[in-house]
Design a protein around this ligand. Structure first.
Ligand code: OSB
Ligand code: MG
Length: 379
């Protein structure tokens, strides 16, 4: 089966309200939707969902559009692809750009699953039919409004509360949440806001009974994370630091963390995510599925991967309606009263893509067809 066409659409997800983390404020959410068409007419969707600015990682929606048009599209369009792994191989000469590559790989998993009449979860080797979810809460201007949001999410059944922290919004906020809500499952995510000099903060956080401290230090510093982890009882969870299977191997070898956050796009796609899952399982390190405020298209792949057995901690997987006015799949998933999301068992993506909404919210588009790809010299 040949890939006949790759379309990359820059789609505006229309955020309802800003979300603040240590490195800045997310106000708008452009995302990149990839639509692959095979030569037999089959269609598959994938999503590349880095943040709008290069603050979480180097990629942005614009770099994805560029790399998909110039390099990844021409590498796969017009080529024979029997399974997703073949496309990963065709794209492997391009260094980095994991979010962009993930969109292509995911679109092929969509086609692959539908063609075999199997769910994504079954294709990935998933074993669970529902997955527990937590909620990630941004930095607020006022403590009281944060506490109200914690209360709301707990009442909706969420299995864990993750607080975004930064210097000035950390120990006292954690203590206030503990005072009000007691021994709930609580974690913090610093998005690299600290360094090894921030000793006192970690001593105090270490006494707060947190399930984990996510990404306290610089994204490129596995060795400092190993030094900090050796001093803490609380598990460190790496997010930004793990861009690949090789990073995961290094983190496990160095003891840089005791928990790992896997995001499909950050690590380079479902195949890389599955390999990291297996290596962490063998090392006795539990993993959980992170999120990038994807639409329901990206979340569909996250949800299916999160059904693998070592994804044993609650995922960041709130429905799109929490953040955006409408999803790109309809109907989307919902969080049940027991704080879980059902893993679709239907063949293919598991959610109907809302093509009309995608068309309405598309800001720009690139289109790579076989005759164009043949004319581009990649050598
Ligand atoms: O650090 O986990 C993070 C969102 C965007 C970028 C980075 C992060 C996050 C989240 C939330 O915490 C995730 C979500 O529900 O998609
Ligand atoms: Mg994180």
């Amino acid at each position: 089966m040949k890939i006949a066409r790759l379309e990359a659409l820059l789609v505006d997800l229309r955020m309802k309200k800003p979300f603040r983390v240590s490195f800045g404020q997310l106000r708008a959410r452009p995302t990149v939707i990839v639509r692959l068409t095979m030569d037999d007419g089959r269609v598959g969707y994938g999503e590349a969902a880095p943040l709008p600015e290069p603050s979480y990682c180097a990629e942005t929606p614009d770099t994805c559009m560029h790399v998909l048009e110039r390099y990844l599209g021409p590498s796969v369009v017009g080529r024979d692809v029997a399974e997703p792994r073949d496309a990963v191989r065709l794209m492997s000469w391009v260094r980095g750009h994991h979010f962009a590559k993930t969109a292509v790989e995911c679109a092929l998993w969509h086609i692959h699953a539908a063609a075999r009449d199997r769910s994504l979860s079954a294709c990935f080797g998933g074993t669970r039919t529902s997955i527990p979810v937590g909620e990630s809460l941004g930095i607020h201007d006022q403590l009281e409004s944060l506490l109200e949001e914690v209360e709301l999410r707990l009442s909706q059944g969420f299995r864990r509360i993750k607080l975004k922290v930064a210097p000035g919004w950390d120990v006292q906020v954690v203590r206030a949440v503990r005072r009000r809500f007691g021994e709930i499952a609580l974690t913090v995510d610093a998005n690299s806001a600290y360094d090894l000099e921030s000793g006192e903060v970690f001593v105090q956080l270490d006494d707060a009974g947190l399930q984990m401290i996510e990404q306290p230090l610089a994204d490129d510093d596995l060795s400092d994370h190993a030094i900090l982890q050796a001093k803490l009882r609380t598990p460190i969870c790496l997010d930004e630091s793990v861009h690949s299977v090789a990073d995961a191997k290094a983190a496990l070898a160095l003891g840089s963390c005791r928990v790992m956050n896997i995001k499909t796009g950050r690590v380079g796609g479902p195949l890389a995510a599955m390999e990291i899952h297996d290596r962490c399982r063998d090392a006795g390190v539990p993993v959980w599925m992170g999120g990038m405020f994807e639409s329901g298209i990206g979340r569909a792949f996250n949800l299916a991967l999160a059904s693998l057995p070592n994804f044993s901690l609650p995922a960041d997987m709130s429905p799109a309606e929490f953040y955006f006015d409408g999803d790109l799949v309809d109907p989307s998933f919902r969080v049940e009263a027991d704080g879980t999301i059902r893993v679709p068992q239907a063949p293919g993506l598991g959610f109907p893509v809302d093509e009309e909404r995608i068309r309405r919210q598309t800001q720009s588009k690139v289109d790579v067809t076989a005759d164009m790809a043949a004319r581009i010299d990649l050598s």
